[in-house]
Design a protein around this ligand. Structure first.
Ligand code: SAM
Length: 270
């Protein structure tokens, strides 16, 4: 009996320790580079409540051919909430967004309150960096827009396994994400990552396909929208330049040197 307990405690310790490490890695990667004082700038360029390019059009594009009415939908890395809020304006979804940063969840809830009268579906934003709180087969659709690139390489497979676990059989995952096209980053890409300071843990389309298939997904389709994003980046660059004085006057925000830094990031991306 005593032996049995020792064994049990050892397992408990190992699993807890493992989760702590995984959570810590995910949390560090999620929060790196997303500073509150820059969010005003990001929203000026990408649109209110969006932390990624493309606005509402890109959400429409993600869900082309997917009927979301009546679905339980999970958004991983829901940020300031607009991708999910916009989706709940268009579909009768029961949506949940998880976001690793507490202050972003608070902002998302404020955005949700402001949109409450326009919603067809329901939305809940939760502060979490993993899916452990969800039971097996909870969701009909999982979406994620430009967030999974932050998941550290060493826990990617585990994270996708979790996504598979919380999805019902026969359901779908719709991801818009950054991938790399060469095994080694070019010096320009490395420089961009350095300046951006966010955690870019990119994998290639082939690696994406491999990991998704390995954890149990089938019928993986990849749509390369690089040229469309190059155009969006060009537009973002022009917007930054045209808003230069407004950006410089953000209270407690962007100093001249920051502006030059951010501007050069946008230029490099295009
Ligand atoms: C580029 S932003 C995109 C936010 C939102 N999807 C959008 O398009 O506006 C990426 C977000 O993913 C969040 N994130 C990264 N890793 C996460 C994780 N493991 N769990 C929850 N959120 C995460 C970051 O905190 C950040 O808010």
């Amino acid at each position: 009996m005593k032996k049995y307990w020792c064994f049990f405690i050892a397992i408990w310790f190992v699993t807890t320790h493992l989760f702590c490490n995984i959570d810590q890695l995910a949390q560090e990667a999620a929060t790196q580079g997303y500073h509150q004082e820059f969010i005003g700038l990001v929203e000026m360029i990408y649109g209110k409540g969006f932390l990624s390019q493309g606005g509402e059009d890109s959400i429409d594009q993600m869900f082309e051919g997917v009927d979301l009415d009546g679905c339980a939908l999970l958004d991983i890395g829901s940020g300031l909430g607009l991708p999910l809020i916009y989706t709940a304006k268009n579909y009768e979804v029961r949506a949940v967004g998880i976001e690793a940063q507490k202050w972003m969840v608070e902002r998302a809830n404020r955005n949700l309150q402001n949109a409450s009268e326009e919603l067809k579906g329901t939305v809940d934003f939760l502060n979490a960096n993993n899916l452990r709180q969800f039971s097996d087969q909870t969701f009909d659709v999982v979406m994620s827009k430009e967030a999974l690139l932050h998941i550290p390489l060493e826990i990617k497979e585990q994270f996708f396994k979790e996504i598979c676990r919380v999805l019902k059989p026969g359901s779908q995952i719709v991801i818009l994400d950054w991938m790399h096209s060469r095994p080694n980053y070019t010096s320009k890409t490395k420089r961009m990552m350095e300046i951006d300071e966010v955690a870019y843990n990119l994998i290639s389309p082939a690696e994406y396909e491999e990991v998704l298939s390995k954890v149990g997904f089938s019928d993986v389709r990849i749509n390369d929208i690089t040229s469309q994003y190059a155009k969006l980046s060009e537009e973002s660059k022009n917007k930054i330049i045209s808003l230069k004085s407004a950006i410089q006057s953000i209270p407690n925000g962007i100093q001249k040197s920051d502006f030059r830094r951010r501007q050069s990031t946008a230029i490099r991306r295009s």
